[in-house]
Design a protein around this ligand. Structure first.
Ligand code: NI
Length: 163
């Protein structure tokens, strides 16, 4: 296992629609081990493959009691609305309020290639949607009004300079 370097905004890979995961083998399992290790090291609750520079539809998460690997994820149903703070390891965890559905149903393949569906609400539902967005080349700041998006990006750039 090893900790991978986290890709940060505005790296182009973060804006690409990921390629589907096709092989469910030991290599994929080892990659997911690295992704979990990288995510825990960065104290995140979810990490998608583009965040370590791979153009792949894949994420791992351990959020609010839900720990899973999702290959080729899609959000197949949503309900309600929630509005709370969200951040991203690729944008220096600078927080911003994002409005999203309260509940979400994730459809994805596990490490064995079997399709599964999982329902979540609140924080974990937010994580399903945030990570699935990454696989579609979307960041949480893409959900923000223009001015708020600029504020987050500027704060991130400023903090990066100070590091
Ligand atoms: Ni993120």
């Amino acid at each position: 296992m090893s900790i991978r370097k986290i890709t940060e905004y505005p790296e182009p890979v973060l804006g690409l629609i990921g390629r589907p995961v096709e092989k469910f083998d030991d290599e994929l399992a080892a990659l997911c081990d690295d992704m979990f290790e990288t995510m825990y090291d960065a104290e995140g609750v979810g990490l998608a493959a583009p965040q370590i520079g791979l153009n792949l539809r894949l994420f791992v998460m351990d959020c609010d009691g839900i720990k899973l690997v999702a290959a080729n994820p899609e959000i197949v149903a949503t309900e309600g609305e929630q509005s709370s703070h969200e951040g991203c390891l690729s944008v220096g965890k600078v927080p911003a309020v994002v409005v999203r559905p309260m509940k979400a149903r994730l459809r994805a393949q596990g490490l064995d290639g079997e399709w599964f569906e999982r329902d979540a609400e609140g924080y974990a539902a937010r994580c399903f949607m945030h990570e699935t967005d990454h696989c579609d080349g979307r960041l949480f700041i893409d959900h923000l009004p223009k001015l708020r998006r600029e504020m987050v990006v500027n704060r991130f750039k400023k903090e990066k300079r100070w590091k």
